[in-house]
Design a protein around this ligand. Sequence first.
Ligand SMILES: NC(=O)C1=CN([C@@H]2O[C@H](COP(=O)(O)OP(=O)(O)OC[C@H]3O[C@@H](n4cnc5c(N)ncnc54)[C@H](OP(=O)(O)O)[C@@H]3O)[C@@H](O)[C@H]2O)C=CC1
Ligand SMILES: O=C(O)[C@H](O)COP(=O)(O)O
Length: 496
Amino acid sequence: MAGSGVFSEIIESDVFKYYADGEWKISSSGKSVAIVNPTTRKTHYKVQACTQEEVNKAMETAKAAQKSWAKTPLWKRAELLHKAAAILKDHKAPIAEALVKEIAKPAKDAVTEVVRSGDLVSYCAEEGVRILGQGAFLVSDSFPGNERTKYCLTSKIPLGVVLAIPPFNYPVNLAVSKIAPALIAGNSLVLKPPTQGAVACLHMVHCFHLAGFPKGLISCITGKGSEIGDFLTMHPGVNCISFTGGDTGISISKKAGMIPLQMELGGKDACIVLEDADLDLVAANIIKGGFSYSGQRCTAVKVVLVMESVADTLVEKVKSKVAKLTVGPPEDDCDITPVVSESSANFIEGLVKDAKQKGATFCQEYKREGNLIWPLLLDHVRPDMRIAWEEPFGPVLPVIRIGSVEEGIHHCNASNFGLQGCVFTKDINKAMLISDAMESGTVQINSAPARGPDHFPFQGIKDSGIGSQGITNSINMMTKVKSTVINLPTPSYTMG
Ligand SMILES: NC(=O)C1=CN([C@@H]2O[C@H](COP(=O)(O)OP(=O)(O)OC[C@H]3O[C@@H](n4cnc5c(N)ncnc54)[C@H](OP(=O)(O)O)[C@@H]3O)[C@@H](O)[C@H]2O)C=CC1
Ligand SMILES: O=C(O)[C@H](O)COP(=O)(O)O
Protein backbone atom coordinates (compact mmCIF):
# COMPACT_ATOMS: atom_id res chain seq x y z
CA MET A 1 0.00 0.00 0.00
CA ALA A 2 1.19 3.56 -0.78
CA GLY A 3 3.04 5.11 2.18
CA SER A 4 3.55 1.82 4.03
CA GLY A 5 6.27 -0.82 4.38
CA VAL A 6 9.57 0.52 3.02
CA PHE A 7 7.70 3.70 2.13
CA SER A 8 6.53 4.47 5.68
CA GLU A 9 9.39 6.96 6.22
CA ILE A 10 8.15 9.19 3.39
CA ILE A 11 4.92 10.15 5.18
CA GLU A 12 4.19 11.85 8.50
CA SER A 13 0.58 11.78 9.78
CA ASP A 14 -1.30 12.21 6.49
CA VAL A 15 1.15 14.42 4.58
CA PHE A 16 3.90 13.03 2.35
CA LYS A 17 7.35 14.52 2.94
CA TYR A 18 9.63 16.08 0.37
CA TYR A 19 13.14 14.79 -0.36
CA ALA A 20 16.33 16.81 -0.08
CA ASP A 21 19.90 16.24 1.10
CA GLY A 22 19.30 12.50 1.22
CA GLU A 23 16.48 12.84 3.77
CA TRP A 24 12.69 12.94 3.90
CA LYS A 25 11.61 16.28 5.32
CA ILE A 26 8.62 18.30 6.44
CA SER A 27 8.42 21.79 4.94
CA SER A 28 8.87 24.76 7.24
CA SER A 29 5.90 26.35 5.42
CA GLY A 30 3.57 24.30 7.61
CA LYS A 31 1.36 24.11 4.53
CA SER A 32 0.34 21.20 2.35
CA VAL A 33 -1.09 20.81 -1.14
CA ALA A 34 -4.15 18.60 -1.59
CA ILE A 35 -4.19 15.95 -4.32
CA VAL A 36 -7.75 15.38 -5.44
CA ASN A 37 -8.70 11.89 -6.60
CA PRO A 38 -10.24 12.45 -10.08
CA THR A 39 -12.75 9.65 -9.49
CA THR A 40 -14.10 10.61 -6.07
CA ARG A 41 -13.25 14.30 -6.45
CA LYS A 42 -12.15 14.24 -2.80
CA THR A 43 -8.72 14.92 -1.33
CA HIS A 44 -6.87 11.62 -1.39
CA TYR A 45 -3.29 12.59 -0.52
CA LYS A 46 -1.42 15.64 0.69
CA VAL A 47 2.14 16.75 -0.08
CA GLN A 48 4.38 19.46 1.38
CA ALA A 49 4.15 22.98 -0.02
CA CYS A 50 7.89 23.68 -0.16
CA THR A 51 9.26 27.17 0.34
CA GLN A 52 11.71 29.22 -1.72
CA GLU A 53 14.27 28.76 1.06
CA GLU A 54 13.91 24.99 0.68
CA VAL A 55 14.40 25.32 -3.08
CA ASN A 56 17.59 27.35 -2.46
CA LYS A 57 18.89 24.68 -0.10
CA ALA A 58 18.14 21.88 -2.59
CA MET A 59 19.97 23.78 -5.33
CA GLU A 60 23.01 24.31 -3.09
CA THR A 61 23.25 20.65 -2.13
CA ALA A 62 22.62 19.59 -5.73
CA LYS A 63 25.53 21.74 -6.87
CA ALA A 64 27.89 20.31 -4.24
CA ALA A 65 26.78 16.70 -4.77
CA GLN A 66 27.22 17.00 -8.54
CA LYS A 67 30.91 17.84 -8.20
CA SER A 68 31.75 14.50 -6.56
CA TRP A 69 29.19 12.56 -8.66
CA ALA A 70 30.99 13.73 -11.81
CA LYS A 71 34.12 12.06 -10.39
CA THR A 72 32.31 8.77 -9.81
CA PRO A 73 33.31 6.22 -12.46
CA LEU A 74 30.74 5.73 -15.18
CA TRP A 75 30.34 2.02 -14.45
CA LYS A 76 29.51 2.82 -10.81
CA ARG A 77 26.87 5.36 -11.86
CA ALA A 78 25.38 2.72 -14.12
CA GLU A 79 25.46 0.12 -11.34
CA LEU A 80 23.42 2.39 -9.04
CA LEU A 81 20.89 3.08 -11.80
CA HIS A 82 20.45 -0.65 -12.40
CA LYS A 83 19.87 -1.09 -8.66
CA ALA A 84 17.27 1.69 -8.60
CA ALA A 85 15.52 0.15 -11.61
CA ALA A 86 15.26 -3.22 -9.87
CA ILE A 87 13.92 -1.66 -6.65
CA LEU A 88 11.40 0.34 -8.66
CA LYS A 89 10.09 -2.77 -10.38
CA ASP A 90 9.96 -4.68 -7.09
CA HIS A 91 7.72 -1.96 -5.67
CA LYS A 92 5.47 -1.49 -8.64
CA ALA A 93 2.28 -2.23 -6.69
CA PRO A 94 2.23 0.73 -4.26
CA ILE A 95 3.45 3.12 -6.97
CA ALA A 96 0.77 1.94 -9.37
CA GLU A 97 -1.80 2.31 -6.62
CA ALA A 98 -0.82 5.97 -6.24
CA LEU A 99 -1.19 6.47 -10.01
CA VAL A 100 -4.69 5.00 -9.87
CA LYS A 101 -5.73 7.31 -7.03
CA GLU A 102 -3.99 10.50 -8.17
CA ILE A 103 -4.49 10.50 -11.92
CA ALA A 104 -7.15 7.79 -12.45
CA LYS A 105 -4.85 5.73 -14.64
CA PRO A 106 -6.41 2.31 -15.30
CA ALA A 107 -4.88 -0.22 -12.87
CA LYS A 108 -3.07 -2.34 -15.48
CA ASP A 109 -1.68 0.70 -17.32
CA ALA A 110 -0.43 2.06 -14.00
CA VAL A 111 1.62 -1.11 -13.42
CA THR A 112 2.88 -0.95 -17.01
CA GLU A 113 4.05 2.64 -16.44
CA VAL A 114 6.19 1.59 -13.48
CA VAL A 115 7.69 -1.46 -15.21
CA ARG A 116 8.39 0.59 -18.35
CA SER A 117 10.11 3.14 -16.12
CA GLY A 118 12.38 0.51 -14.58
CA ASP A 119 13.28 -0.73 -18.05
CA LEU A 120 13.98 2.83 -19.18
CA VAL A 121 16.37 3.41 -16.25
CA SER A 122 18.27 0.17 -17.00
CA TYR A 123 18.46 0.87 -20.73
CA CYS A 124 19.69 4.37 -19.99
CA ALA A 125 22.45 3.02 -17.74
CA GLU A 126 23.62 0.70 -20.54
CA GLU A 127 23.35 3.31 -23.27
CA GLY A 128 25.19 5.82 -21.08
CA VAL A 129 28.08 3.45 -20.52
CA ARG A 130 28.40 3.02 -24.29
CA ILE A 131 27.98 6.57 -25.54
CA LEU A 132 29.71 8.37 -22.70
CA GLY A 133 32.56 5.88 -22.83
CA GLN A 134 33.49 7.20 -26.25
CA GLY A 135 34.93 10.50 -27.33
CA ALA A 136 36.40 11.79 -30.58
CA PHE A 137 39.97 12.22 -31.79
CA LEU A 138 40.53 14.77 -34.55
CA VAL A 139 43.68 15.71 -36.40
CA SER A 140 44.34 19.19 -37.76
CA ASP A 141 45.58 18.51 -41.30
CA SER A 142 42.12 17.82 -42.71
CA PHE A 143 41.36 21.57 -42.60
CA PRO A 144 43.01 23.61 -45.38
CA GLY A 145 46.26 25.28 -44.48
CA ASN A 146 47.04 23.00 -41.52
CA GLU A 147 49.77 20.46 -40.96
CA ARG A 148 49.20 17.62 -38.52
CA THR A 149 50.40 19.58 -35.52
CA LYS A 150 47.23 19.47 -33.43
CA TYR A 151 45.44 16.53 -31.88
CA CYS A 152 41.98 17.31 -30.55
CA LEU A 153 40.45 15.02 -27.91
CA THR A 154 36.77 15.49 -27.12
CA SER A 155 34.60 13.97 -24.43
CA LYS A 156 31.11 14.62 -23.05
CA ILE A 157 30.92 16.32 -19.69
CA PRO A 158 27.91 16.98 -17.43
CA LEU A 159 26.01 20.27 -17.41
CA GLY A 160 25.58 20.55 -13.63
CA VAL A 161 22.16 20.71 -12.00
CA VAL A 162 19.24 19.50 -14.14
CA LEU A 163 15.71 20.61 -13.25
CA ALA A 164 13.12 18.02 -14.28
CA ILE A 165 9.42 18.88 -14.52
CA PRO A 166 7.12 16.10 -15.77
CA PRO A 167 3.35 16.33 -16.40
CA PHE A 168 0.49 14.51 -14.70
CA ASN A 169 -0.19 11.87 -17.36
CA TYR A 170 3.06 9.91 -16.97
CA PRO A 171 4.40 11.30 -13.70
CA VAL A 172 6.76 8.41 -13.02
CA ASN A 173 7.80 7.53 -16.56
CA LEU A 174 8.35 11.10 -17.71
CA ALA A 175 10.26 11.80 -14.47
CA VAL A 176 12.68 8.88 -14.90
CA SER A 177 13.11 9.72 -18.59
CA LYS A 178 14.78 12.90 -17.30
CA ILE A 179 16.36 11.58 -14.08
CA ALA A 180 18.21 8.59 -15.55
CA PRO A 181 19.93 10.43 -18.45
CA ALA A 182 20.86 13.29 -16.13
CA LEU A 183 22.44 10.99 -13.55
CA ILE A 184 24.29 8.68 -15.92
CA ALA A 185 25.82 11.75 -17.55
CA GLY A 186 27.15 12.95 -14.18
CA ASN A 187 24.59 15.65 -13.40
CA SER A 188 22.59 16.14 -10.21
CA LEU A 189 18.86 16.46 -10.38
CA VAL A 190 16.05 18.49 -8.82
CA LEU A 191 12.61 17.07 -9.55
CA LYS A 192 9.44 19.15 -9.34
CA PRO A 193 6.69 16.53 -9.74
CA PRO A 194 3.24 17.42 -11.08
CA THR A 195 0.80 17.94 -8.22
CA GLN A 196 -1.46 15.17 -9.56
CA GLY A 197 1.10 12.37 -9.59
CA ALA A 198 3.38 13.78 -6.87
CA VAL A 199 2.84 10.85 -4.49
CA ALA A 200 3.74 8.28 -7.17
CA CYS A 201 6.86 10.38 -7.89
CA LEU A 202 7.84 10.51 -4.21
CA HIS A 203 7.63 6.71 -4.04
CA MET A 204 9.76 6.44 -7.17
CA VAL A 205 12.34 8.83 -5.68
CA HIS A 206 12.45 6.66 -2.55
CA CYS A 207 13.51 3.74 -4.77
CA PHE A 208 16.51 5.83 -5.87
CA HIS A 209 17.15 6.65 -2.18
CA LEU A 210 17.07 2.94 -1.28
CA ALA A 211 19.51 2.22 -4.12
CA GLY A 212 22.05 4.38 -2.25
CA PHE A 213 22.66 7.43 -4.45
CA PRO A 214 24.82 10.07 -2.69
CA LYS A 215 23.13 12.65 -0.47
CA GLY A 216 21.86 15.76 -2.25
CA LEU A 217 22.28 14.30 -5.74
CA ILE A 218 18.52 13.93 -6.17
CA SER A 219 15.89 16.18 -4.58
CA CYS A 220 12.15 16.17 -4.98
CA ILE A 221 10.51 19.51 -4.26
CA THR A 222 6.73 19.43 -4.03
CA GLY A 223 4.28 22.32 -4.30
CA LYS A 224 2.00 23.89 -6.85
CA GLY A 225 3.69 24.79 -10.11
CA SER A 226 1.83 28.10 -10.08
CA GLU A 227 3.48 28.94 -6.73
CA ILE A 228 7.03 27.60 -6.90
CA GLY A 229 7.39 26.98 -10.65
CA ASP A 230 8.83 30.35 -11.63
CA PHE A 231 11.20 30.37 -8.69
CA LEU A 232 12.53 26.97 -9.74
CA THR A 233 12.81 27.59 -13.48
CA MET A 234 14.46 30.99 -13.06
CA HIS A 235 16.79 29.82 -10.28
CA PRO A 236 20.42 30.73 -11.03
CA GLY A 237 21.55 27.32 -9.76
CA VAL A 238 19.80 25.49 -12.60
CA ASN A 239 22.00 24.49 -15.57
CA CYS A 240 19.41 22.70 -17.70
CA ILE A 241 15.62 22.28 -17.75
CA SER A 242 13.85 19.21 -19.05
CA PHE A 243 10.10 19.89 -19.11
CA THR A 244 7.09 17.98 -20.38
CA GLY A 245 3.64 19.53 -20.24
CA GLY A 246 1.41 22.09 -21.87
CA ASP A 247 1.71 25.78 -22.74
CA THR A 248 3.51 26.33 -19.44
CA GLY A 249 6.57 25.15 -21.34
CA ILE A 250 6.33 28.07 -23.74
CA SER A 251 6.38 30.59 -20.91
CA ILE A 252 9.23 28.75 -19.18
CA SER A 253 11.24 28.97 -22.42
CA LYS A 254 10.79 32.73 -22.44
CA LYS A 255 11.81 33.15 -18.80
CA ALA A 256 14.66 30.65 -18.46
CA GLY A 257 18.23 31.87 -18.61
CA MET A 258 20.94 30.90 -21.09
CA ILE A 259 20.73 27.19 -20.39
CA PRO A 260 19.87 24.15 -22.54
CA LEU A 261 16.15 23.42 -22.66
CA GLN A 262 14.36 20.21 -23.53
CA MET A 263 10.66 20.87 -24.01
CA GLU A 264 7.99 18.32 -24.93
CA LEU A 265 4.69 20.14 -25.15
CA GLY A 266 1.22 19.60 -26.56
CA GLY A 267 0.17 18.03 -29.84
CA LYS A 268 -2.73 17.75 -32.24
CA ASP A 269 -1.63 14.48 -33.76
CA ALA A 270 -3.33 13.95 -37.11
CA CYS A 271 -4.29 10.59 -38.56
CA ILE A 272 -4.49 10.75 -42.35
CA VAL A 273 -6.45 7.89 -43.90
CA LEU A 274 -6.14 7.19 -47.63
CA GLU A 275 -8.64 5.34 -49.83
CA ASP A 276 -6.54 2.17 -50.02
CA ALA A 277 -6.02 1.87 -46.26
CA ASP A 278 -6.86 -1.29 -44.33
CA LEU A 279 -9.86 0.21 -42.51
CA ASP A 280 -9.96 -2.47 -39.80
CA LEU A 281 -6.36 -1.67 -38.94
CA VAL A 282 -7.17 2.06 -39.00
CA ALA A 283 -10.20 1.64 -36.72
CA ALA A 284 -8.22 -0.43 -34.21
CA ASN A 285 -5.47 2.21 -34.17
CA ILE A 286 -7.91 5.08 -33.82
CA ILE A 287 -9.39 3.39 -30.77
CA LYS A 288 -6.00 2.65 -29.23
CA GLY A 289 -4.51 5.97 -30.31
CA GLY A 290 -7.48 8.19 -29.54
CA PHE A 291 -8.95 6.69 -26.42
CA SER A 292 -6.27 4.95 -24.35
CA TYR A 293 -5.92 6.69 -20.99
CA SER A 294 -9.03 8.57 -22.05
CA GLY A 295 -7.13 10.55 -24.68
CA GLN A 296 -4.80 12.10 -22.08
CA ARG A 297 -1.60 11.42 -24.01
CA CYS A 298 0.35 13.99 -25.95
CA THR A 299 0.65 11.33 -28.64
CA ALA A 300 -3.06 10.57 -28.75
CA VAL A 301 -4.72 10.68 -32.18
CA LYS A 302 -6.40 14.07 -31.89
CA VAL A 303 -7.89 14.52 -35.34
CA VAL A 304 -8.80 11.99 -38.05
CA LEU A 305 -8.47 13.29 -41.62
CA VAL A 306 -10.16 10.68 -43.80
CA MET A 307 -10.81 10.56 -47.54
CA GLU A 308 -14.54 11.19 -48.12
CA SER A 309 -14.93 8.01 -50.19
CA VAL A 310 -14.06 5.71 -47.23
CA ALA A 311 -15.26 7.95 -44.41
CA ASP A 312 -18.70 6.34 -43.90
CA THR A 313 -17.20 2.86 -43.64
CA LEU A 314 -14.42 3.98 -41.30
CA VAL A 315 -16.75 5.95 -39.03
CA GLU A 316 -19.06 2.90 -38.71
CA LYS A 317 -16.14 0.66 -37.80
CA VAL A 318 -14.85 3.11 -35.19
CA LYS A 319 -18.37 3.63 -33.81
CA SER A 320 -18.85 -0.05 -33.19
CA LYS A 321 -15.51 -0.24 -31.37
CA VAL A 322 -16.30 2.84 -29.27
CA ALA A 323 -19.48 1.06 -28.13
CA LYS A 324 -17.32 -1.71 -26.67
CA LEU A 325 -15.10 0.58 -24.58
CA THR A 326 -15.70 0.14 -20.86
CA VAL A 327 -16.33 3.32 -18.89
CA GLY A 328 -15.83 3.66 -15.14
CA PRO A 329 -13.31 3.75 -12.30
CA PRO A 330 -9.60 3.07 -12.85
CA GLU A 331 -9.64 0.45 -10.08
CA ASP A 332 -11.86 -1.69 -12.35
CA ASP A 333 -9.36 -1.23 -15.16
CA CYS A 334 -11.94 0.46 -17.37
CA ASP A 335 -10.82 1.77 -20.76
CA ILE A 336 -12.28 5.21 -20.13
CA THR A 337 -11.71 6.65 -16.65
CA PRO A 338 -12.35 10.12 -15.19
CA VAL A 339 -10.16 12.88 -16.66
CA VAL A 340 -7.63 14.40 -14.33
CA SER A 341 -9.57 17.38 -12.98
CA GLU A 342 -12.87 19.18 -13.05
CA SER A 343 -11.32 22.07 -14.96
CA SER A 344 -10.06 19.66 -17.59
CA ALA A 345 -13.56 18.10 -17.89
CA ASN A 346 -15.06 21.58 -18.20
CA PHE A 347 -12.58 22.48 -20.94
CA ILE A 348 -13.42 19.31 -22.88
CA GLU A 349 -17.12 20.04 -22.48
CA GLY A 350 -16.55 23.52 -23.90
CA LEU A 351 -15.05 22.01 -27.05
CA VAL A 352 -17.97 19.57 -27.35
CA LYS A 353 -20.56 22.35 -26.97
CA ASP A 354 -18.82 24.48 -29.56
CA ALA A 355 -18.84 21.56 -32.03
CA LYS A 356 -22.52 20.90 -31.32
CA GLN A 357 -23.47 24.51 -31.89
CA LYS A 358 -21.54 24.55 -35.19
CA GLY A 359 -23.18 21.39 -36.50
CA ALA A 360 -20.83 18.43 -35.94
CA THR A 361 -22.43 14.98 -36.13
CA PHE A 362 -22.45 13.25 -32.74
CA CYS A 363 -21.82 9.50 -33.23
CA GLN A 364 -22.72 8.92 -29.57
CA GLU A 365 -24.72 10.91 -27.09
CA TYR A 366 -22.55 13.28 -25.04
CA LYS A 367 -22.50 12.07 -21.46
CA ARG A 368 -20.60 13.28 -18.40
CA GLU A 369 -20.74 12.44 -14.69
CA GLY A 370 -18.28 14.46 -12.58
CA ASN A 371 -14.90 14.09 -14.28
CA LEU A 372 -16.00 11.01 -16.21
CA ILE A 373 -16.69 11.73 -19.88
CA TRP A 374 -17.99 8.96 -22.11
CA PRO A 375 -16.02 8.39 -25.33
CA LEU A 376 -17.27 10.54 -28.15
CA LEU A 377 -16.62 10.53 -31.87
CA LEU A 378 -17.53 13.72 -33.71
CA ASP A 379 -18.04 13.38 -37.45
CA HIS A 380 -18.26 16.10 -40.13
CA VAL A 381 -16.07 18.42 -38.09
CA ARG A 382 -15.16 21.57 -39.98
CA PRO A 383 -12.19 23.93 -39.62
CA ASP A 384 -14.34 26.62 -37.96
CA MET A 385 -14.84 24.38 -34.92
CA ARG A 386 -12.41 24.66 -31.99
CA ILE A 387 -12.08 20.88 -31.75
CA ALA A 388 -10.49 20.88 -35.22
CA TRP A 389 -7.46 22.68 -33.77
CA GLU A 390 -7.42 22.47 -29.99
CA GLU A 391 -6.16 19.58 -27.91
CA PRO A 392 -9.01 18.19 -25.76
CA PHE A 393 -6.75 15.89 -23.67
CA GLY A 394 -9.88 13.81 -23.18
CA PRO A 395 -11.92 11.03 -24.85
CA VAL A 396 -13.37 13.17 -27.64
CA LEU A 397 -12.16 12.64 -31.19
CA PRO A 398 -13.02 14.77 -34.24
CA VAL A 399 -13.26 13.37 -37.78
CA ILE A 400 -12.69 15.74 -40.71
CA ARG A 401 -13.59 14.41 -44.14
CA ILE A 402 -11.12 15.41 -46.85
CA GLY A 403 -11.37 15.49 -50.65
CA SER A 404 -7.65 15.07 -51.29
CA VAL A 405 -4.46 14.08 -49.51
CA GLU A 406 -3.21 17.66 -49.98
CA GLU A 407 -6.18 18.91 -47.96
CA GLY A 408 -5.19 16.56 -45.12
CA ILE A 409 -1.56 17.64 -45.20
CA HIS A 410 -2.66 21.28 -45.31
CA HIS A 411 -4.81 20.85 -42.18
CA CYS A 412 -2.01 19.07 -40.38
CA ASN A 413 0.53 21.76 -41.27
CA ALA A 414 -1.78 24.67 -40.45
CA SER A 415 -1.72 23.58 -36.79
CA ASN A 416 0.54 25.41 -34.36
CA PHE A 417 1.50 21.96 -33.04
CA GLY A 418 3.78 19.42 -34.71
CA LEU A 419 4.37 16.52 -32.36
CA GLN A 420 3.45 13.29 -34.17
CA GLY A 421 1.12 12.20 -36.93
CA CYS A 422 0.22 9.02 -38.75
CA VAL A 423 -0.76 7.94 -42.23
CA PHE A 424 -2.62 4.81 -43.27
CA THR A 425 -2.13 3.47 -46.81
CA LYS A 426 -0.86 0.30 -48.48
CA ASP A 427 1.30 2.39 -50.82
CA ILE A 428 4.65 2.90 -49.10
CA ASN A 429 5.80 5.40 -51.72
CA LYS A 430 2.81 7.63 -51.04
CA ALA A 431 3.30 7.16 -47.30
CA MET A 432 6.89 8.39 -47.55
CA LEU A 433 5.88 11.45 -49.56
CA ILE A 434 3.15 12.29 -47.05
CA SER A 435 5.48 11.72 -44.11
CA ASP A 436 8.00 14.11 -45.64
CA ALA A 437 5.31 16.71 -46.24
CA MET A 438 3.87 16.58 -42.71
CA GLU A 439 5.32 19.17 -40.34
CA SER A 440 5.57 16.95 -37.29
CA GLY A 441 8.43 15.51 -35.26
CA THR A 442 7.51 11.89 -36.05
CA VAL A 443 5.16 10.29 -38.56
CA GLN A 444 4.01 6.71 -38.02
CA ILE A 445 3.11 4.70 -41.10
CA ASN A 446 0.18 2.32 -40.53
CA SER A 447 0.13 2.71 -36.75
CA ALA A 448 -1.07 5.25 -34.21
CA PRO A 449 1.39 7.82 -32.81
CA ALA A 450 3.45 6.68 -29.83
CA ARG A 451 6.54 7.81 -27.96
CA GLY A 452 8.02 4.38 -27.41
CA PRO A 453 10.06 2.27 -27.61
CA ASP A 454 11.75 4.68 -25.26
CA HIS A 455 15.12 4.72 -27.03
CA PHE A 456 13.52 6.10 -30.22
CA PRO A 457 13.95 9.85 -30.77
CA PHE A 458 10.88 11.77 -29.63
CA GLN A 459 10.42 15.42 -30.55
CA GLY A 460 7.96 18.08 -31.49
CA ILE A 461 8.35 20.99 -33.84
CA LYS A 462 6.60 24.40 -33.70
CA ASP A 463 4.72 24.79 -30.37
CA SER A 464 5.22 21.10 -29.62
CA GLY A 465 8.71 21.44 -28.32
CA ILE A 466 12.39 22.19 -28.32
CA GLY A 467 15.04 19.51 -28.80
CA SER A 468 14.57 15.78 -28.92
CA GLN A 469 14.00 13.17 -26.21
CA GLY A 470 14.48 9.42 -26.26
CA ILE A 471 17.20 7.84 -24.16
CA THR A 472 20.21 8.55 -26.39
CA ASN A 473 19.15 12.08 -27.28
CA SER A 474 18.42 12.93 -23.65
CA ILE A 475 21.84 11.74 -22.49
CA ASN A 476 23.51 13.81 -25.21
CA MET A 477 21.34 16.83 -24.44
CA MET A 478 22.34 16.70 -20.78
CA THR A 479 26.04 16.88 -21.59
CA LYS A 480 28.31 19.31 -23.36
CA VAL A 481 31.42 18.67 -25.37
CA LYS A 482 34.82 19.39 -23.85
CA SER A 483 37.94 19.48 -26.04
CA THR A 484 41.58 19.23 -25.14
CA VAL A 485 44.02 20.09 -27.95
CA ILE A 486 47.58 18.78 -27.92
CA ASN A 487 49.85 21.10 -29.91
CA LEU A 488 52.96 19.48 -31.36
CA PRO A 489 56.12 21.45 -32.12
CA THR A 490 56.51 19.65 -35.48
CA PRO A 491 53.99 17.90 -37.75
CA SER A 492 53.57 14.22 -36.96
CA TYR A 493 51.86 11.75 -39.33
CA THR A 494 50.80 8.26 -38.37
CA MET A 495 52.63 5.86 -40.69
CA GLY A 496 51.05 2.69 -42.06
N1 LIG B 1 4.76 16.38 -25.58
C1 LIG B 1 4.67 15.62 -24.52
O1 LIG B 1 5.48 14.71 -24.32
C2 LIG B 1 3.55 15.80 -23.53
C3 LIG B 1 2.75 16.92 -23.51
N2 LIG B 1 1.78 17.05 -22.57
C4 LIG B 1 0.96 18.25 -22.58
O2 LIG B 1 0.76 18.68 -21.24
C5 LIG B 1 -0.55 19.12 -21.03
C6 LIG B 1 -1.19 18.43 -19.87
O3 LIG B 1 -0.29 18.17 -18.86
P1 LIG B 1 -0.25 19.08 -17.54
O4 LIG B 1 0.49 18.30 -16.49
O5 LIG B 1 -1.60 19.57 -17.20
O6 LIG B 1 0.65 20.28 -18.10
P2 LIG B 1 1.11 21.61 -17.35
O7 LIG B 1 1.94 22.34 -18.33
O8 LIG B 1 0.00 22.29 -16.70
O9 LIG B 1 2.03 21.05 -16.16
C7 LIG B 1 3.21 20.35 -16.41
C8 LIG B 1 4.13 20.51 -15.21
O10 LIG B 1 4.49 21.89 -15.06
C9 LIG B 1 4.28 22.30 -13.71
N3 LIG B 1 4.05 23.73 -13.70
C10 LIG B 1 2.89 24.42 -13.68
N4 LIG B 1 3.13 25.75 -13.69
C11 LIG B 1 4.47 25.90 -13.71
C12 LIG B 1 5.34 27.02 -13.74
N5 LIG B 1 4.90 28.27 -13.76
N6 LIG B 1 6.66 26.79 -13.77
C13 LIG B 1 7.15 25.55 -13.77
N7 LIG B 1 6.38 24.44 -13.74
C14 LIG B 1 5.06 24.61 -13.72
C15 LIG B 1 3.13 21.45 -13.27
O11 LIG B 1 3.04 21.42 -11.86
P3 LIG B 1 1.60 21.40 -11.12
O12 LIG B 1 1.00 20.09 -11.46
O13 LIG B 1 1.94 21.56 -9.71
O14 LIG B 1 0.81 22.55 -11.69
C16 LIG B 1 3.51 20.11 -13.88
O15 LIG B 1 4.50 19.48 -13.11
C17 LIG B 1 -1.25 18.87 -22.34
O16 LIG B 1 -1.30 20.06 -23.05
C18 LIG B 1 -0.37 17.90 -23.07
O17 LIG B 1 -0.40 17.95 -24.45
C19 LIG B 1 1.56 16.11 -21.65
C20 LIG B 1 2.30 14.97 -21.64
C21 LIG B 1 3.35 14.74 -22.58
O1 LIG C 1 3.24 12.11 -22.21
C1 LIG C 1 2.76 11.57 -23.17
O2 LIG C 1 1.60 11.69 -23.49
C2 LIG C 1 3.71 10.67 -23.82
O3 LIG C 1 4.96 11.11 -23.84
C3 LIG C 1 3.18 9.70 -24.73
O4 LIG C 1 3.71 8.49 -24.43
P1 LIG C 1 3.06 7.21 -25.10
O5 LIG C 1 3.01 7.46 -26.56
O6 LIG C 1 3.97 6.09 -24.74
O7 LIG C 1 1.70 7.06 -24.51
